[in-house]
Design a protein. Sequence first.
Length: 382
Amino acid sequence: MRPFQIHIPDEAIEGLNARLRQTRWPGSIHQTGSEDGAKLSLIENLINFWKTDFNWRTQETRLNKLPQFIATVDGYDIHFIHQKSQSPQPLPLVLTHGWPGSFIEFERIIPLLTDPVAHGGDANDAFDVVIPSLPGFGFSPSPADKGTSAKQIAGLWCGLMRQLGYDQFYAQGGDIGAGVSCWLAALYPQSVKGVHLNYIPASYRPPLGEHFLPVSESEQAFLDDVAGFMALEGAYAHLQGTKPQTLAYSLADSPVGLASWIAEKFESWVDHGGALDSVVPHDVLLTNISLYWFQNTIDASLRLYKENRLQPLAFAPDTRVDVPLGVAVFPKEIPMPPMSWVERVFRVDRWTQIPRGGHFAALEQPELLAEDIRTFFRPMRS
């Protein structure tokens, strides 16, 4: 385990700027809305900001104020933030991001969790936070071989937490991070004492059939919503889950292509009321996109969809996961099931409807997410 500081070489920054200066825009019909995908006005504004106003070194300096490390776990080098609390008896909490996000999603929530007193909270609600970058995201190198899914990543996180001295710990996540957190609860119940999610993994498959409760009306409505979402919005997931390598050639070679692919999801999944940059400023979005560009690991991040399709969060008929689970449901989230769907396998202790926010909860509404995390884990403190 060793300390880590970000430093992107000058030539990599200039190489990016040179590519941005040579942007060639498509010449077809450009819709004013997003029914055909990322709209031209959004991407033009974002790319112009990237070329003229965005300063990577400024972002790099800010991120380097975070305590960052690299640990080797089962042959994987894992980049992570480890921010300890000064409060008495903090709970160790591992937070996991998803796609197309990164560890920077949690930047604003870190002080809310580690230093609650400074933000109007109680010292007894404090956490030590560990925020790893998924393999092939941020500054965690890409896996060398096939087979690294959320299930395997859960094992890496358990090993990382043990290296840090946390034999028992708690987990939180959304998107792919929710899948990792669910696997942690299912595979390591002696170590993982509670899990909080702001998304239910799309790969979650409870046992169904004649020997189980019939699908309820609300559950069927959810399944119908998922089918509708996949028909109209799910092309990205199908492509990334089946032929990720072909897409990776384009995104690895074109910063505009990469920005468009990622920004479309922020535009669609953030609760922003028509002004994305009012919730996720261009600087923040482009810092996230720049991580994918500079590390040239977009192929690995796409491939994780295929790995998760091949190893879904599916359970045998007699499986019961009794680790306490809390779920925060944000209104702009992509399809979320009713509580009963999750209770078919998991022990759900808390299910909260949050008044605003979307898919990137820690980035969009860190205060609301932090408060629900504190509330859920409070009864578990000794």
